[in-house]
Write a protein that binds this ligand. Structure first.
Ligand code: G3P
Ligand code: CA
Length: 267
């Protein structure tokens, strides 16, 4: 039956409509708001640490400037990742609240995994950025870290606390070469969907279109399902898109405001 199962709500860069993206505060709030999963982007610092930053440079989301891969973790840690954010308080009281430390520091993947471990049942969707620039190192380091946490080889893909994602088929394939049980999402943007024939490569478990793709091609989800693939959709922030994803039975939807989406889903 269409719309029988509700999608899981994934907080895109944390509850990034209400807190500065990729901060501990944004992820903690997402959990409070009822998110089922958390999404983050990872890059390598100059000295080989996995840090959660979306852009190639820190300019937009911190008090500093520069390309992430040219800055050491020590330098990245000296920057403030909260003050740039104009803020969208949830309540009037929050307008007067000064930002606390959880809204300022650089977030390492390790800290985020600690948060996920402390909140059993929450799924973490890790998107690796720029696999070409890093020559595969970001995926190798990711797998090594997941091994340390005992998360690289989950017993079942459905129950895995971590899911790996990328727009790069090469990056997804690399992860599959390391471990065949860690679930993966091959993300698709507008450009790549024109080349999509409805099948999914064997190294990917889920297909990950932007919601704009579903608006133009509502048969997408059912076509993917006929090839055995469930769908992860990003970034779903308004009522019409939430209704579309529910109607089409998508498996996961990523949103900047879990609070709004959870409400729209009547949960
Ligand atoms: O969840 C996938 C989505 O995050 C991809 O786009 O640019 O926000 O990383 P972007
Ligand atoms: Ca992302």
């Amino acid at each position: 039956m269409i719309g029988a199962v509700q999608p899981d709500v994934v907080a895109h860069r944390g509850a990034s409509a209400h807190r500065a993206e990729h901060t501990v505060a944004a992820y903690a709030l997402a959990i409070e708001q009822g998110a089922d999963g958390l999404e983050c982007d990872v890059r390598l610092s100059r000295d080989g640490h996995l840090v959660c930053v979306h852009d190639r440079k820190v300019d937009r989301t911190s008090s500093g400037k520069g390309v992430v891969s040219t800055l050491t973790l020590e330098r990245l840690s000296q920057l403030d990742y909260g003050s740039w954010y104009p803020g969208m308080p949830e309540t009037a009281d929050e307008l007067l609240r000064p930002p606390d430390e959880s809204e300022r520091g650089v977030l390492t993947l390790e800290s985020l995994l600690d948060l996920v471990e402390a909140n059993r049942g929450i799924k973490l969707f890790v998107e690796t950025k720029h696999p070409v620039r890093y020559g595969g190192l970001v995926e190798t380091k990711l797998i090594a870290m997941l091994r340390r946490y005992g998360l690289a080889r989950p017993k079942s893909k459905e129950d895995s606390p971590v899911v790996m994602m990328s727009f790069s088929s090469r990056a997804v394939r690399r992860v599959r070469d390391h471990t065949d049980t860690l679930p993966t999402v091959l993300l698709l943007d507008q450009l790549s969907v024109t080349r999509w024939d409805g099948t999914l490569p064997s190294y990917a478990d889920y297909t990950g279109p932007g919601v704009h793709i579903l608006r133009h091609d509502p048969d997408y989800v059912e076509r993917a399902r006929s090839f055995g693939a469930e769908t992860y959709v990003w970034t779903v922030d308004d009522a019409e898109d939430v209704a579309l994803c529910t109607k089409l039975d998508v498996r996961f939807l990523a949103t900047n405001s879990p609070a709004t989406t959870v409400k729209l889903l009547n949960r």
